[in-house]
Design a protein around this ligand. Structure first.
Ligand SMILES: CC(C)(COP(=O)(O)OP(=O)(O)OC[C@H]1O[C@@H](n2cnc3c(N)ncnc32)[C@H](O)[C@@H]1OP(=O)(O)O)[C@@H](O)C(=O)NCCC(=O)NCCS
Length: 116
């Protein structure tokens, strides 16, 4: 049964501007080391950061009102096929989350579905 759904879209230039302005401080505030390492493997890391930023927003929306949930409590990884996976560090949270990401030249988008 579907218990929640969230979607988010972001301009990649917003992430580029934040990185330019705040550098690693911004990245380390929002992303865990494995997410930073993943994005930096690519020639254009910003689109992968943007996709992960959108993913965290989408998961926030899907989970609902959880004021104690921080950026780094939602962790995105990729399995051996490249499919995005989510880990949520929230006490008692056991639901399964299905996440899908996409990026174009200008935008990144994420959709998250929570099931039982
Ligand atoms: C995996 C694939 C779907 C990615 O699509 P794309 O248009 O190149 O790139 P998008 O920007 O839309 O999506 C990229 C995201 O897809 C996700 N992704 C990668 N591999 C995936 C997979 N096997 N399954 C689901 N999602 C995947 C990742 O999250 C990736 O973003 P990230 O690297 O920042 O985590 C594509 O490379 C592919 O293999 N296509 C096969 C198409 C095909 O066979 N079509 C014929 C049948 S319809």
């Amino acid at each position: 049964m579907i218990r929640g759904h969230g979607v988010d879209i972001i301009e990649i230039s917003r992430i580029e501007a934040a990185v330019e302005r705040w550098g690693d401080k911004f990245l380390e505030h929002v992303f865990v080391p494995s997410e930073i390492e993943y994005a930096r493997k690519y020639q254009s890391p910003a689109k992968h950061f943007a996709a992960r930023f959108a993913a965290k927003e989408a998961v926030f929306k899907a989970i609902g009102d959880q004021p104690n949930l921080g950026w780094k409590d939602i962790q995105i990884s990729n399995d051996s096929f490249g499919r995005p996976q989510v880990r949520v560090k929230l006490e008692g949270f056991k639901a399964k989350i299905f996440l899908s990401l996409s990026h174009s030249k200008t935008h990144a988008v994420a959709s998250a579905v929570i099931t039982e």
